[in-house]
Design a protein around this ligand. Structure first.
Ligand SMILES: [Zn+2]
Length: 131
């Protein structure tokens, strides 16, 4: 049990391959970012590129170079909360033109929000900046 004495995650302690891993994401324009998974959980293959004004998706690349580390200061995957998930959904519904066209009334958008909220799973990831 020596590896657990400092409560520092190790590869052996994580059930998921990407648990506590520092991972590289890159978009089609070559913008590259390191993101750390602060949890023993799955992470998305695609995320929105974080480079200013870039509208591309970034993909998890170079999986073989994922590095399991105990801490990281920067953008990280964390467990999402139902409150944060709801805020994200409301923001998406309010700013997405396609949704606005497909669900033109406030009541339709409210029903959409309730349906989407049912899709929340405990432990689903979101990105936060940990400093
Ligand atoms: Zn980009």
């Amino acid at each position: 049990m020596a590896e657990e004495t400092n409560n520092i995650p190790t590869l052996k302690m994580s059930k998921h391959v990407e648990g506590f891993c520092l991972m590289t994401y890159r978009c089609a324009l070559g913008h590259t970012e390191l993101l750390w998974n602060s949890r023993d959980g799955v992470t998305p293959f695609n995320i929105k590129c974080n480079y200013p004004d870039c509208d591309k998706n970034s993909q998890h690349i170079a999986w073989e170079k994922d590095l399991c580390i105990p801490l990281f200061e920067g953008r990280c995957f964390v467990d999402n909360t139902i409150e944060n998930f709801k805020e994200q959904l409301i923001k998406n519904i309010e700013t997405n033109k396609g949704i606005q066209e497909r669900y033109p009334t406030e009541q339709e958008r409210e029903e959409l929000l309730l349906r989407l909220l049912e899709g929340f799973d405990e432990g689903q990831p979101t990105i936060k900046c940990l400093i």
